[in-house]
Design a protein around this ligand. Structure first.
Ligand code: SF4
Length: 196
């Protein structure tokens, strides 16, 4: 006699659903982030004042190098600069290379680590312990952002309304974009009559 087909159990149905949909239930990290990343990310928030000071000097140095970037070509400089930026900011902030960095306005806490990618404050689901509702082990990036911003000279920058993410800028260098924009503004100020 042929075997009767067995009724699928709830566990097997759940397993199949997990394999066939992108939905991940609460309590499961969608990205498998490690506690180590949180430790370094939290260090960056605690040292937001120092990083703010350091970045101001770094941005000035990058701007001083504008003639070199221009001679090499910003497009040609993109790949090596992006490589360095990705690794440095990936280590310090768990950067997702959105290409339009707002760390100076978010207490050195990267908002792209929010599972909902909110750029203007937290959702209503922050847990009582200050962790994320989607990733319960992860401190809410916006709770951290508020804490970091309060350590910074530019603490009020967190009140600036951020534009929606421009997805076309993903995986590009914020450092170079900020430098090119600052150089263009500086040249416009020096030559007010010149067309840009
Ligand atoms: S805001 Fe964008 S560029 Fe800045 S750290 Fe986050 S993902 Fe990276």
């Amino acid at each position: 006699m042929a075997d009767q087909p067995t009724k699928p159990t709830q566990a097997s149905l759940n397993k199949k659903a997990a394999q066939t949909t992108s939905y991940k239930p609460s309590g499961v990290s969608a990205t498998g982030r490690k506690a180590r990343s949180f430790a370094i990310r939290l260090w960056s928030v605690r040292n937001a004042r120092f990083l703010e000071w350091f970045y101001a000097r770094f941005a000035d140095a990058f701007l001083m190098l504008h003639p070199m970037w221009k001679a090499v070509g910003y497009e040609r400089a993109e790949a090596p600069v992006k490589f360095v930026e990705k690794h440095v900011k990936g280590f310090l902030f768990d950067c997702r290379m959105c290409g339009q960095c707002v760390l100076s306005s978010t207490g050195m806490s990267c908002p792209m680590n929010c599972p909902k990618q909110l750029r203007n404050g937290p959702c209503g689901g922050v847990r009582a312990n200050g962790n994320c509702e989607v990733e319960p082990d992860m401190p809410c990036v916006w709770v951290q952002a508020w804490s970091g911003a309060n350590r910074m000279k530019g603490r009020d920058n967190i009140l600036n309304v951020q534009k929606p993410v421009d997805q076309s800028l993903r995986e590009t260098s914020s450092w170079l974009r900020v430098t090119a924009n600052a150089a263009a503004e500086r040249e416009a100020a020096a030559n007010p009559g010149m067309p840009q």
